[in-house]
Design a protein around this ligand. Sequence first.
Ligand code: AMP
Length: 154
Amino acid sequence: MKMKPFKKHKKDEYSIIVGCGRLGANLANQLSEKGESVVIIDINRDAFRKLSASFAGVTLVGDATYLGVLHEAGIEKATAVVSVTNYDNTNILVAQAAKELFGIEHVIARLYDPERECVYREFKIDTISPAVLSMKEIDKLLGIENDPEEMYEI
Ligand code: AMP
């Protein structure tokens, strides 16, 4: 990934994380510890229990597929949007809205199904795919050398 959206934050800037699951909560905790401003959305209030006691960001209960919820989170002025719910369709929808409707520069989405990555590429959305990352890591552990551009197209 070329961009490092979280390194340039000023005081009035914030990132939105959608999905306070294992990945989203850890990311939110990490950013908050570094002094970054974070708004985290989850459809399930209990999910926020994963946030650390020192988490200093804002939590918002809601379904992020609703534009009203994204508005409430202040998406218009967000510096970055990271969508890591457990549903690819939700992540696609949120990422496309962030990019197309709100013109957010840094948009990252988790994709369980790497075959859908082409959709994201079209919209200039960065993706992370657990399957692809796992393959890379397994290859590294096994000492298998691959061309990163070609070998991880699933
Ligand atoms: P995990 O699979 O552990 O990374 O968790 C994914 C998180 O995404 C869970 O806490 C879900 O409640 C949350 N989630 C799923 N769908 C939505 C949605 N439409 N809006 C907001 N959060 C969601």
